[in-house]
Write a protein that binds this ligand. Sequence first.
Ligand code: 3PY
Length: 297
Amino acid sequence: MSASFDRRTAIKGILAGTVTLGIPTGLSALVTPNEELKLDSNMLKGRINHSVARWCFSDFDVETLCVEAKKIGITGIDLVGPKDWPILKKHNLVSTMCNGAELNLVDGFNDLKFHEQLIKNYTEMIPLVAEAGYKNLICFSGNRRGKTDEEGWNNCVMGLKKLIPLAEKHKVTLVMELLNSKIDHKDYQCDKTYWGVELAKRINSENFKLLYDIYHMQIDEGDVIRTIRENHKYIAHYHTGGVPGRNEIDESQELNYSTIMKAIGDTGFTGFVGQEFIPKQKDKIASLKKAIAICDI
Ligand SMILES: O=C(O)C(=O)CO
């Protein structure tokens, strides 16, 4: 039996539902760049809830991204604010990680001088998120700027604790993103899982959690699966991205996303995994489709 016959048989099996999608040696290894991957929402196993980060697909308008995302089984769009929520609603998609209350990534809750503006922004945004029926609102530590871990934790606790009663009342979770400070976000303070987890422990509310960005954490600390297993109760959301380069999450990069997804699934996670890679291939939707196939476990 030729290798190409094997591959075609396996692809047919996937389409017929007799071969499992997302196995580590599976779909990504079976589909060459020239072969179209057939994937639609009915073919997914449903153990992972899929979303996609709006900014990575900024070549498309929000409406087009909604249409294309829906076709391949994505049910949420990450990092959109109130202006675009009506478009998502029209397509029955969830705003899975709302944004719009943050100042930016470098000026965050770890610095008292930003608290007045941040508390105003989040106090206005939390009820809007709840009214729209959404759950997660992103926030950032901000850059360290010479602060010790302890100073950063204390300042974040002071600012965030003022918002937690409102978040609890509206059943909205404030989600702080872990970003790497080695390559992409030099000096960002919430750059290691232990730092975010310690903050979550001090805030001690189900309405404060972490966004574990697999791309960023592979760069800054590695040890992805063990870290997820040990800390999943503090994690509300995951982001993907190929390492190095933050491009496609396929065989061109170092992480085994199918295995990571299985580990996430095994923790009983019911939130969303957002694709947050910058597609390098010309057909960006084909890249997104393949990412969903890899993460469908
Ligand atoms: O800007 C980044 O690097 C992010 O991951 C934001 O979500």
